[in-house]
Design a protein around this ligand. Sequence first.
Ligand code: ATP
Length: 276
Amino acid sequence: IIDEKFQVVKKSGIIEMVQLKEEFSDIGGLSNLKNWLEKKATIFQNIKKAQEYGVDLPKGVLIVGMPGCGKSLTAKAAAQLFNVPLLRLDMGRLLGQYVGESEANMRKAIKLTEAISPCVLWIDEVEKAFAGINGLGGGGEVSTRLFGNFLTWMQEKTSPTFVIATANDIINLPPELLRKGRFDEIFFVDFPNEKERETIFQIHLKRRRQQDLHNINIQTLVSKTKGYSGADIEGVVIEGIENAFCNKASSVKTQDLEEVIKKTRSLSEVLKDRID
Ligand code: ATP
């Protein structure tokens, strides 16, 4: 069935079906968000029973936060947990050149999502689609109509379609989107704290065949990576392992990783420099 659905989605050109490899155990930190999604997954997998019991149909979640802090990773792992296909709505492709084309594409995307459901619909960089609403700059009238169609659907949908919208910046989102009743919940993801950085280092080292972590002083790495995003940490691990291999070391050591950290500019440093 997944294969047939995949072909239908592929033909549409607006929505893509994302391959699922990521699991919740691949995500370091974000425990509130993960716990909340686990609850929704239980409901989603037993929708009929849950509704008979009086539980509302899960609508979706808005995840806002820094780039590289696990929003996309969470969307993929959530679909895996829900055990349904993940459809990614490409806003760039949705916005058409001709009058009415964008709205028609949105209707087509919604129809397709409903046909594929149960599924998770992931709207990445949702702020881009709705730029131009309430003087936020950009697309104007088209955005307003698109936005209207989308909100109506979110409010009224009765199909088992769980929407995960991700955005980098809440300032660029229209207030209507943030109102209660649209999404079940809004989560903010921030740079990982010490405990979370420790887990993220472990996840990425283990994923790259470094099973024996006794040689690596993770606490030292954690103390030197304040303000690093999950993606920054992954970058340190990738380069550290690469350097150790090229230096013909038997395995990666703390020092290999520290050297990469020394010359890495974390995302928070880049952002701070921009503000200063
Ligand atoms: P963007 O806003 O730029 O799309 P994002 O928040 O969606 O960023 P991801 O794409 O999820 O970020 O993160 C990029 C990669 O960084 C992930 O595929 C993963 O390998 C790593 N990563 C980020 N956050 C975490 C985390 N909390 N735990 C483990 N790995 C992480």
